[in-house]
Every structure is written in C-alpha cells, then in structure tokens.
Design a protein around this ligand. Structure first.
Ligand code: CDP
Length: 214
C-alpha cells in the first residue's frame, strides 16, 4: 500500500502523512527532508548553487530516516540532521537543488527502495505524479499562501526570520517547484484535492480518512 500526500509548501502534508501512517501502522517518508539533506551536504561543502554539483559527490550521500512516535529523524551519512535541514538557509536554496535531475534520481532511488516491502505514506510534490503514479491513494493539499505562511511562522524561531520572509520563501518555492521542467509540483489527475485553508488538522485528517476507508 502506497499513500501519496503531495501539495504546496507548508500545506500540512507531513502532519497528515504522519497521522495516516500512525492510524494504519504504516511507515512514513518525508521526501522533502531528503532534498533538504542533499542541499545541506552541498552547502557544507561551500556549494550553494545546484549547477556546481556532480554525480560522484551525489553517490557519496547516503540518506536514511527513522519514524517513531510522531518524530521523524533524518540521517545524512549517518549523522542526524533533522534540525539543520529546517533552517531558513536551506529553505532558501533547496528548490534550486531539487530542480536537478541527478538529485531527484538519488532521492527516487531511496524512496522506492525503502517502500519496496512495506506499506508507506509519503509526502512531497511529485509522489503521485512521478515517483508512484500507481499509488493506492493520492491527495493534494493546498491553501492560500498567507494562511500557510502564518502556520509555518507559528512553528519556527522568531529570532531567525519574520513573517514576510516566510511568506516570500513559500511563494518563491511554490513558483520554482511548479515551473521546473522535471517533476513539477502539480496535482495528479487522480488525486483528491483538499483546500486546507479553513480546516483544522483534525478536520483534514477526517477527510483523508473518509476517502481511504470508503
Ligand atoms: O515542508 P515544506 O512543505 O515547506 O517543504 P518540504 O516538503 O520540506 O520540501 C522542501 C523542498 O524540496 C520543496 O520546496 C521542493 O523544492 C523540494 N521537494 C521536491 O522537489 N519534491 C518532493 N517530492 C519534495 C520536496
């Protein structure tokens, strides 16, 4: 069983995906976290634009994640980078790295390998369109940018960034992600769309669950 939860930046995909995984006892994968981890790897090497990466470097990157009790830990070459990948410095450049074919293929390999023998809920941008076009269930979450920015802003350290910068970053990533040539952010034709603008976490979950259980 593969359940794909795609959608815009900060639309609550991870929250819903974890809830679905918990409810059914499935595994969980956050594909965005892997793009962030690859971005962190190159940023640490002083490479902040994706056109300077090469395949040999990519092959040195091992990705892993462990999901337990609502907490998803991300490992980059066995180092826990769960906090580092959420910094604004990574959010600012991750969409540039995610445009690259070689980067995407590296993440795809990991996602497909991990979910080969286990039922998995995966959130991202292209899970239902490209990575698992035959997923058993597909969802696409979206909301007004201001609402998504407000929600993201409430979760982060206010010393690092202000609301307007969060909004700018979400808009920038949505535009870059949806206009790229490879695997752009878009709703799969057979995905269930949910406008989460005026819904609580539990209300979205009820909708998702009612579709799966039907
Ligand atoms: O949590 P949030 O929605 O803000 O972003 P994320 O899921 O952590 O994804 C970070 C970035 O990774 C996105 O803006 C995309 O550029 C890229 N991404 C992607 O290209 N394809 C995916 N399946 C998941 C993320």
């Amino acid at each position: 069983m593969i359940i794909a939860i795609d959608g815009e930046a900060s639309s609550g995909k991870s929250t819903q995906a974890k809830k679905v995984a918990d409810y059914f006892g499935y595994s969980y994968l956050d594909s965005g976290a892997f793009y962030r981890a690859i971005t962190l790897f190159f940023k640490k090497k002083g490479i902040s634009t994706a056109n300077r990466i090469n395949k040999n470097d990519l092959n040195k990157i091992s990705l892993n994640s462990k999901y337990n009790d609502g907490k998803n830990s991300i490992y980059l070459n066995d180092e826990d980078v769960s906090n580092d990948i959420r910094s604004i410095g990574i959010s600012e450049i991750v969409s540039d790295f995610a445009k690259e074919k070689t980067v995407r293929e590296h993440v795809y390999k990991h996602l497909r390998e991990f979910s080969k023998n286990q039922s998995t809920v995966i959130d991202g941008r292209d899970i239902g369109t490209v990575v698992f076009p035959n997923a058993d269930f597909k969802f696409f979450l979206y909301a007004k940018p201001e609402i998504r920015a407000k929600r993201r802003f409430s979760e982060i350290n206010k010393d690092d960034i202000n609301y307007d910068s969060v909004l700018d970053n979400l808009n920038y990533r949505d535009t870059t992600d949806s206009t790229r040539k490879i695997a752009p952010l878009k709703k799969a034709y057979d995905a269930h769309s949910i406008d989460v603008s005026d819904l609580s976490i539990d209300q979205v979950f009820e909708k998702v669950l009612s579709i799966i259980e039907k």
